[in-house]
Design a protein around this ligand. Structure first.
Ligand code: C5P
Length: 230
């Protein structure tokens, strides 16, 4: 089994806070994830900053638009030099293929179903299949259209690994080192998995935010996670 890598979610409000956590974690072999909040506020400068510290930057913008618009955004992400970029697999084959065809593009990771969705939300937006079936078909679609991997719950990782084969990259958030109640914290994550369990289920990258950012010693927490997945 290849090593699972750690992506730290830089869910902080400002570039000052970003710089502070990057300095705290300096030297650790991790990637950094930037989301729409900091990117909208600070722009490409926040990517450039994280790029100076980490192995690579995962720009988690979860793009979903017409093929030409997404293609242009992927081209810009390629210029920024990010390591990976997320798009919604439900954007459909046209959008996914247009994104995958961009020369020199970052890795593209497809979002299947947001973990904030419950069955009632499913019905409300008009998805006819249940959550698990929708995750499976969107993951297969993402791979058919040339995406490098899929973002999913760690509870779905083993199933998707079996369905997609060894070539697909699997990225899982929802990671907590100790089980809630045993000294750990779940925050708003409904079902969590430990780093070791996610690695054993076949995750290539695990995404961890608050357990590191909110730890009394963030570098020690990140090092402990790296130790678990190595
Ligand atoms: O703080 P925590 O470890 O829960 O952060 C997980 C990160 O992964 C956050 O940036 C969150 O937006 C993201 N994420 C998630 N669940 C998904 C997709 C992304 O928690 N299904």
């Amino acid at each position: 089994m290849p090593d699972t890598e750690l992506i730290i979610a830089l869910d902080v409000p400002t570039m000052e806070a970003e710089r502070e956590i990057l300095e705290t974690l300096k030297g650790l072999p991790v990637h950094y994830k930037l989301g729409p909040a900091l990117f909208t506020g600070a722009g490409p400068a926040c990517v450039e900053l994280a790029g100076k510290y980490g192995r690579g930057v995962f720009l988690d913008l979860k793009l979903h638009d017409i093929p030409n618009t997404v293609k242009r955004a992927v081209e810009q992400a390629a210029r920024l030099g990010v390591f990976s970029l997320s798009v919604h697999a439900s954007g459909g084959p046209g959008m996914l293929r247009a994104a995958a065809a961009v020369p020199g593009r970052p890795k593209l990771w497809g979002i299947t179903v947001l973990t904030s969705f419950d069955e009632a939300s499913f019905a409300r937006v008009g998805f006819r299949a249940g959550a698990a079936e929708t995750v499976d078909s969107l993951a297969a679609l993402a791979r058919e259209c040339g995406l490098d991997g899929v973002v999913c719950s760690p509870n779905e990782a083993a199933r998707l690994r079996a369905a997609l084969g060894p070539g697909a990259e699997i990225i899982t958030p929802g990671i907590r080192r100790a089980a809630p109640g045993a000294g750990g914290r779940a925050d708003d994550q409904k079902r969590t998995t430990t780093p070791r369990e996610a690695a054993a289920a076949g995750a290539d990258y695990i995404v961890v935010g608050r357990p590191v950012l909110g730890a009394p010693d963030p570098a020690a927490e990140a090092a402990a996670i790296l130790e678990e997945i190595s």
